[in-house]
Design a protein around this ligand. Structure first.
Ligand SMILES: *Cc1c(COP(=O)(O)O)cnc(C)c1O
Length: 373
């Protein structure tokens, strides 16, 4: 019996590589609240992702980044605009961030043959006068649609915040392209392709907006100890910032390793005639490899065959947030296109250090429905 291949196996910087960064903490005794490690991380990330300083603030998680961006941009709901329009095809965090900021999620379906919400695809008959916020998602780390949503926001006056939790590599590949009038939230969770263990950031062209986001993440306090806006504790600690800095020190080596994995995956898929069934990095983030089944029954059969072969698969977004029991109990309506798509997309194992032999084993199992030898 071979060991089970996990769907994702993160690798964060080795503990020794954190020590040079952490050594300063014993003297400074500043462990959080935007210390020097956090400052260094923010400026390095801003240069890498936006090509210029003061375009990013860090957060304790991707969810905290979303919540802070919502509070800094839309504020809490006002004037009957209590709904946040959210595509069902996302991780539950998108909806929880809206709830935490005071909005009621209104889940919307996907257009056929698409996996992300675009401004042109908003449901007909939508009561936009009740919308206080739109939260589009960049699924699986695709490039956020900054221009499309900035134009929508300018046209309608409805604030937009993009959940681009997994889009670090997309932003890195085209510095500045993700940054604009719509704030973008990134996650640095261990399962994402750049990680501080737990963490996140808001990327935004609005400098004052970023200050408000930092304020929201510090109980509404900035420069003084007075709460002047809505807030919560969303700060990244210095320990987590050290992980991010050590991670960036290995950036080039990591990118090369991921290119090798993506190339191995593509070659193996092509060898089995499955190239058109796999969605792979760099089209999506390198923490994902996806199999696209034609039907839910096929996806279930493939998942069962892979499980029997010791290969884990995952529907990363479940069947959509609207299908989660908590949100169903709160009145979320079924979304047929979302459920059809979500049922067919299976996450396959991937990791920065997954070997060609394991990738071959996954493809064999996919092709034959059985990897037992
Ligand atoms: C990972 C993820 C989040 C949540 O990020 P955390 O850092 O775990 O809070 C939100 N939305 C999407 C689409 C994600 O993939």
């Amino acid at each position: 019996m071979k060991t089970t291949l996990p769907v994702y196996r993160p690798v964060l910087p080795p503990v020794e590589s954190l020590l040079p960064y952490l050594a300063g903490l014993d003297a400074s005794r500043i462990y959080t609240n935007r210390g020097t490690l956090n400052e260094q991380l923010e400026s390095r990330l801003a240069l890498l992702l936006a090509g210029r300083a003061e375009t990013l603030v860090t957060a304790a998680s991707g969810t905290a980044a979303l919540q802070a961006a919502i509070l800094a941009h839309a504020g809490r709901p006002r004037g009957g605009r209590t709904l946040a329009l959210i595509p069902g095809y996302t991780f539950v965090a998108t909806a929880f961030a809206a709830l935490a900021a005071g909005y009621e999620p209104l889940f919307c379906d996907l257009a056929p043959a698409s996996w992300r919400l675009r401004p042109d695809d908003l449901p007909p008959g939508l009561h936009t006068e009740h919308l206080g916020l739109v939260l589009p998602v960049a699924p699986f780390g695709e490039m956020p649609l900054q221009d499309d949503w900035s134009a929508f926001q300018a046209r309608t006056g409805i604030p937009v915040v993009i959940d681009a939790a997994a889009s670090f590599e997309a932003a890195l590949a085209a510095p500045g392209a993700a940054v604009g009038a719509v704030p973008v939230a990134l996650s640095f969770h261990a399962t994402k392709s750049f990680s501080t263990g737990e963490g996140g950031a808001v990327l935004w062209a609005d400098r004052e907006g970023l200050v408000r986001a930092a304020q929201a993440m510090n109980f509404g306090m900035i420069y003084t100890r007075e709460s002047r806006t809505a807030g919560f504790n969303g700060k990244l600690s210095e320990y987590h910032a050290a992980i991010g800095l050590a991670w960036l020190d290995g950036l080039d080596r990591r990118i090369a390793a991921r290119r090798r994995v993506a190339a191995d995956y593509r070659a193996a898929a092509a060898a089995h005639g499955l190239a058109d069934r796999l969605i792979l990095p760099p089209e999506i983030a390198s923490c994902y490899a996806l199999f696209r089944a034609d039907t839910r029954a096929e996806a279930d059969a493939v998942a069962a065959a892979l499980a029997a072969a010791g290969i884990e698969t995952r529907r990363w977004y479940g069947l959509g947030v609207q299908a989660e029991s908590y949100f169903r109990a709160h009145g979320a309506a079924p979304l047929p296109e979302t459920e059809r798509l979500a049922a067919r997309i299976l996450g396959l194992p991937i990791a920065e250090d997954i070997g060609a032999a394991d990738i071959a084993r996954i493809l064999r199992a996919l092709a034959t429905g059985d990897a037992h030898e």
